[in-house]
Design a protein around this ligand. Structure first.
Ligand code: ADP
Ligand code: ADP
Length: 224
């Protein structure tokens, strides 16, 4: 099921034109949105996550109108913002359990199962009793993925996840993302060419709010 973006534009109140007539067709799998700082990536990500509205344009995921049917989309959305804020005094296991409860998983045992599966999947099981305040940037990002996965998202939005990570954490994080791309749309925004090259089956390059090119990473990156 594709995510289709048609003629989306967004101008901020101060006159900054963040997106100009953006159109993209994003198939299931790992999709990279590559561009420098200020290109408009976060704006597009926030619009797709229904946290902002475009001035004009249409966005659909399967039968869902992303702009007008926010609630339908939110039920099937995973969003990892650029800076995933956590509660420093809570333990990983405790906070994930809390988010699972908010997600509507009522039974204690059911929650325990889900929490364990997600903490293992994100390689955080051994850290489950540690306080989030002591987590490294990479650990926090992986925790953010665990939270995002609670809702079994069909659309996963990951905004500049590797920016602050050391090389080992970055590889670990990218490997985790690549496992997610198997049955949903995973949209990764980044200014790092290698993130897209190593991971994505499709990509677009955005600059000054415009799509410069769209295609398959190997071919397009070589042409840059
Ligand atoms: P990045 O370039 O790393 O994506 P941003 O420039 O988007 O970071 O800035 C991060 C935050 O600051 C966002 O919440 C964004 O909405 C806000 N922001 C960015 N530029 C402006 C601006 N010119 N005026 C007001 N808020 C801004
Ligand atoms: P990127 O994520 O690629 O760095 P952004 O979407 O954050 O790009 O920003 C695109 C442009 O919009 C930038 O010029 C930025 O300063 C501006 N911008 C972002 N958020 C805001 C905001 N809340 N108010 C005004 N300008 C903003």
């Amino acid at each position: 099921m594709d995510l289709t973006i048609r003629n989306v534009s967004k101008t901020y109140a101060n006159g900054t034109q963040a997106l100009r007539n953006v159109s993209l067709t994003i198939p299931p799998g790992m999709y990279g949105l590559l561009g420098p700082n200020g290109a408009g990536k976060s704006t597009l990500m926030r619009i797709l996550a229904t946290l902002q509205e475009p001035d004009t344009g249409e966005i659909h995921l399967g039968g869902i109108d992303v702009v007008r049917q926010k609630h339908e989309l939110r039920g099937t959305l995973g969003y990892l913002p650029q800076e995933f804020g956590v509660y420093p005094n809570m333990r990983a296991e405790e906070l994930l359990d809390y988010f699972a409860l908010l997600e509507g998983i009522r039974g204690r045992l059911a929650r325990r199962e889900v929490v364990e599966r997600l903490l293992r999947q994100t390689n955080l099981w051994d850290m489950r009793r540690q306080k989030l305040g002591g987590f490294s940037g990479g650990m926090r990002q992986r925790f953010g993925v665990a939270v995002a996965l609670l809702g079994n998202p069909r659309l996963m939005i990951v905004d500049e996840p590797t920016a602050g990570l050391d090389p080992a954490e970055r590889v670990r994080f990218l490997n985790l993302l690549s496992e997610l791309g198997e049955n949903s749309v995973v949209l990764l925004s980044t200014h790092i060419v290698e993130d897209v090259e190593e991971l994505c089956t499709h990509m677009a390059v955005v600059n000054r709010g415009e799509i410069l090119l769209e295609g398959e990473p190997l071919r397009e990156v070589q042409a840059l």
